[in-house]
Design a protein around this ligand. Structure first.
Ligand SMILES: *Cc1c(COP(=O)(O)O)cnc(C)c1O
Length: 337
């Protein structure tokens, strides 16, 4: 495995910090650290920026003058793609699927949507259940007919090129652990379109690190999620020149914390947001990292990580809080002394 063989455009502030969480550790009875990929820092940061380093390099190599991608209304991936395009002087068009049906003004125009527009991207809305891949092809063809050179990025940036960003994270995290003399027993993070877990697992397996990864699902049932991650990990390993390095048993997901569905906050997720922000000053988001953290919290309380050093990979997304303000009751914080 030799990652620098692949073209890469620097967009992230790396390495992201690996920080101990003493107050959360005490609360949960484990040794908890956070890998701060919420601090990759392109337009407030998040996990998509690592993927975009490889995706945008490919777009530039192909001579693209415009990128197109798709996601849910409050997509963090869309926002980071819009920022990357702005930085590289490319146009950006984003297809947004209404997966929640929320009529709320903040949900539809604040948070990530506001930042998409501030970065100069155009957005187009589609009802939930639309074939977004077909719509994106149609939109790309339309722009190509107008003479644009369009590079299409799949939802979440999850293909073998994007997953290289998380192979890079695996290398970075292992180097930090080695440097700090830290033995990591488990990595836990929120998984969605699968590129993060696929890249991470591929990188760790290729280095024979022996660190199990647990992806907490945010949309699909466990079996489907694991298959998606495994398929992409196999393709990523092939691209890296180490085919077959990932075993099916290396891919583990838990979809018990999805709740009513993608993008719909859960009570346990809201509790996780309050715990992380009140105990450590760390912001999570209701769609991904809070559900991931709610799985971490619940499993820690059930003794699953007893005596272990656990790294929670923080995938970002806190800008989404401003699109979900209605999910929080905080009137009791206004007081009169
Ligand atoms: C996209 C995203 C994830 C999921 O990562 P995938 O690579 O799509 O599985 C997790 N957390 C946040 C904040 C995200 O935006």
């Amino acid at each position: 495995m030799h990652l620098s063989r692949f073209p890469r455009t620097r967009l992230a502030h790396l390495p992201t910090p690996l920080e101990p969480m003493p107050r959360l550790s005490r609360e949960l009875g484990i040794d908890l650290w956070i890998k701060r990929d919420d601090c990759t820092w392109l337009s407030t940061g998040g996990n998509k920026t690592r993927k975009l380093e490889f995706l945008m390099a490919e777009a530039e190599a192909e001579g693209a003058d415009m990128v197109m991608t798709q996601g849910a209304t409050q997509s963090n991936h869309a926002r980071q793609t819009a920022a990357a395009a702005a930085r590289l002087g490319m146009g950006c068009h984003i297809l947004l699927e209404d997966r929640t049906g929320y009529n709320n003004a903040n949900y539809n125009n604040n948070g990530n949507v506001l930042l998409d527009h501030l970065h100069g991207a155009t957005t187009e809305k589609f009802p939930g259940g639309t074939d977004m891949v077909a719509e994106m092809e149609r939109a790309a063809e339309k722009k190509r007919a107008e003479g644009r050179k369009v590079y299409v990025i799949p939802g979440g940036g999850s293909n073998p090129t994007g997953a290289l960003g998380y192979v890079n994270c695996a290398i970075e995290l292992l180097a930090q652990a080695n440097e700090a003399g830290l033995v990591i027993d488990r990595i836990v993070h929120a998984t969605g379109s699968s590129g993060t877990q696929a890249g991470l697992v591929t990188g760790l397996c290729a280095m024979n690190a022996g660190i199990p990864v647990l992806g907490i699902g945010t949309r699909a049932p466990r079996e489907k999620q694991e298959q998606m991650v495994y398929d992409l990990a196999c393709r990523t390993a092939e691209k890296l020149g180490c085919p077959g390095v990932v075993g099916r048993e290396d891919v583990v997901a838990n979809s018990d914390y999805v709740g009513q569905g993608y993008g719909l906050p859960t009570d346990a997720g809201i509790e996780a947001i309050r715990m992380f922000s009140e105990l450590e000053g760390i912001l999570l988001d209701p769609v991904y990292s809070a559900k991931g953290a709610s799985g971490l919290i619940d499993l820690a309380r059930k003794g699953e990580f007893a005596g272990q050093t656990v790294v929670f990979l923080h995938t970002g997304g806190s800008v989404g809080l401003f699109g979900y303000d209605f999910a929080f009751d905080h009137a009791d914080r206004w007081v009169s002394l």
